[in-house]
Structures are given as C-alpha cells and as structure tokens.
Design a protein around this ligand. Sequence first.
Ligand code: AMP
Length: 516
Amino acid sequence: MNNKEFWEDKEKDIIFQANKLNIIESCVDRHAKKNPNKLAFVFEFENKSIKKYTYKELEKEVNQFANYLNSLKIKKNSRIFLFLPKLPEMYIAFLAVIKQGSIAVPLFEAFQSEGLDLRLQRGDADVLITNKELTKRLSKEVKKKIKTLKNIIIIDDQDFKKKLEKQKTEFKAVLKNKKDTAFMIFTSSTAGTPIAGIQIPHYALIQQHFTAKLVLDLKQKDNYWCTAHPGWITGAVYGILAPLSIGCTNFILEAHFDAKKWIEFLKRNKISVMYTAPTALRMLKPEIKKEDFKGIRNIASVGEALTSSVFDFYKNLGIEINDSYWQTETGALMISNTPLMKKKSGSMGKPLPGINATIKDGMIIIKKSWPAMMTGIYKHEKMYKEYFNKKWFKTNDLARIDNEGYFFFEARKDDMIKSSGERISPIEIESILMKHKAVKETAVIGIPDEIKGQIIKAFIVLNKGFEETNQLKEELMSFVKQNYAGHSYPKQIQFIKEFPKTNSGKIIKMELKNLK
Ligand code: AMP
C-alpha cells in the first residue's frame, strides 16, 4: 500500500457525505447520537468550580452558537477570531464556527494590544469572540484599522447570553470540500513576516484522528488531558478535534502551571493519557512521585526537545514518555515514538505510517503530501511556496538519524525561539522594543534555559541621552509584556555599544550568542 492508499483507507474513520465533509459531524454529532451521556468535557476553573458537558450537551451548545452566528448574518467562510482563556466558550465557539462553515482562528490569551491588533489585522478578522476582560486589550483604533471587523461577540455579556439561550438546538453542519480551511493558526515566523496564518483543511482530521490513536493511544474510555491552550496548534488539534473525534473525555484546567495543583488534578480526575510539553515535565520533577502515575497509561510530549535527562528521570519513575514531533505547518504529528515501540533516550522516534521523512543537508524534509498538510498561508502565497522544493516539504528543523532510523532533534535552522514549547518570532519582539524611546537598535535571540528550553534575550544599543541602568532593563521588559504578550518578553537584556554586522549592514546574530 502506498501512502496515498494508506490515507484513503483511513477515510473510513471519519464521516463523509459523498466527497464532502464537516469535521464537527465526526467530532461531536456522531458521539451525541451514539453515546449521548458520555462526558465530552470537564472544566475546572480558577475558583475550583467544575462544569461538565456530555456529548449531547456539547452538541446542543455548539448548535445554538452556530445558529447565533447565522442570526447575525455572518457569512460562511468568515474568519472568526477567538480570544479567550481555557473557558468552555472557547471550545464551544471553536466547534460552532467550523460547523457553521466559517474559519476558526483561536488566539493565545496572553497577547496584549499590539500582538492582538497585528493578528486581527493580518488575518482580516470578520468577527472577534472574546470576553469583557480581554476586550480591554483591543486598541481604540482597531475597528478603524480593520475594515472587515463587523462583529465583536462578548461571551459574558447578558444580552448575548439571553440571545444565545433562545437559539434552536438543531443545526445541520455545512458541508465543505476536503481542502477547505477549517481553522487557521497564527504562528510566529522568521521569514520576513513576524506572523503567518497557517491554513489547516477539514481533511486533516483523517490524520489527526489516526495519530491520536497511534501516538496518544486514545480510546473512548480515556480521561485525557492536553495541557496546551487552543491558540497553539497542539491545543486546537490534540486538545479539541482529535480527542473528540475519538469520543473520550477531555479534562481542562483553566489555572496556569503549578506543580502541586497539576499533580492533584491528575490524580483527582484519574487522567489516563496526558499530552504536554517538556518544560512542564521539567517543572513537575521536584514534586512528582512514582505513585502519582498509578492511573496513567501514556504521557506524550511535544514542542521542544525531550532531553535524555528528563526522559531518564521519568523512566526511573516507571513511565517512558513518548516524545512526538510536528509543527503548525504539518497540521498533524509527523515523527514520533508510540507506546508500542522501543524508545531511545533523547530521540523523538521515527516517521509515522503514511509519512515519508528523511534528512537532507542536516534538515528534516517530508515527502508531500499528507492529509493535514497546510493548504496555504493567508495572503502569503510566496512564503507558502518557499516551504517546498519539488516533491519535498522543508521543516527548517535540523536533526540526525541513527542506524536504526531514530530521529534526534538538534536545532532550528532559522532563528525562531521556542520557550516553554511556545513559538516566538524574534522580529515581533524586536519591533515592539524599537517603539521604546530609549532603543536605537536591537536584536533578539533565544538562549538555552534549563527549565524552559530557551528564554528570550535582547541586545540593545541605546539612543543618546539614555543610561544603561537596571531600572531601564526592567522598564523595557515590562514594555514588551504590556504591549506584546505576558508569556514572551526578554528575561535577559544586555546593553551593547555597537552590533556586529555584515558588509551589507545586517546584524550577525550568531556572534551575539558568544557575547559576554
Ligand atoms: P509549533 O508550530 O508551535 O508547533 O512549533 C513547531 C516547532 O517546534 C518545530 O518546528 C520544532 O522546532 C519544535 N518541535 C516540535 N516538536 C519537537 C520535538 N519533539 N523535539 C524538538 N523540537 C520540537
């Protein structure tokens, strides 16, 4: 069986109507019919209260939300941005937007006004779904700047709630072509633009479903916890679509990381499968004990290298972590360990079935195409084409393969930063810093960090009249936090008199890494 036949065979696991589909039929409707009382979501909020949804209840809420969108005359194929914490509405609206035939664009909740505005603007947002607290981050000019933005839906507004309740509980999913975009993730880029809207098609669910079974070993009976926010690709795919397509119960913890609380959450909810980032696994190390894993069958990690020391630590506690590799652009897992295979410390495993990946000039390349492969980059056709070299997709990740075919991650080929598994473009941070009156020139790089994998470091040449003080460093750090995002600001700042540059005047970032 070749790869094409392999994936065609997997179509049987997803609902098609002739040659068309809407993935929400496979993720929600079929389970609501077959298994109405099975729990789909259990949310635990910051204030400790809990909210549960069965598949039947989820279907009802999704349908009402989709009907509400239609009541506002929101056309199909609209780009509907979702800017919310890990609240039920984030998940319900994500599903409703896709079911209504539009394109869901989830955003991480930590973005401040500049980061948020840039994404809404570049994505020509038609609708924004958010809450009272987060709307405060919208700049006053945003509506003027974004001509397409006609509707802002505030989920904790009483009027909205009343209107939503009155909507019909039936909604027929709008059928789409296989390659139609279901959702778009604005991810960081270093190729000329700081951010790019990666388009993932409905057809991707074939592969997302298959890999959730193979790598996560997800079954209907599982209590599953994916720790990623839906604004990142992992949170959208393996935190919403893939597990729902399997029909398991998804647990969501709204609170941010706290080792003791995470361990209690694992035990209290009898989590059997967990998908998380190596940073979290490193931060859990001081607290976690062998008995905490009693109910756990599988832990998989993603987003950054799972170093030997972390893998070995957990192996000693009796659990072998399945490190897995993919990117926003690939739309689903590509190279991975699986529960059944022999694992090697420090390796991210082997190409999954249906995937042909190898290494050329040190870089991982993948033979196109596969079901979840991005179908485009919003308004960046040229950039999209540059990902391909004839039949091959270029990942920009450097790795090596051993004689048994195991892949070992080495580094990014470009200067993208990965901190706590989250993708950050140095250009975006640099452009924020340049707006501060003290900054004449700046260059941002990622430097190694024992816990977070990498942290952001900014090198800065100051304008005349500004002094190199610690107070100014603090001010610049909070300037980025307030204007861009709380999760990615420079934790280190170094003032320098002059940048090392090429003859053409470009800053040589490689040399900055060695500056003391
Ligand atoms: P994102 O698009 O945010 O999912 O980030 C994708 C990038 O994260 C990849 O291109 C890699 O640089 C990195 N990455 C993902 N998984 C792994 C892994 N298992 N080991 C090392 N790096 C990874």
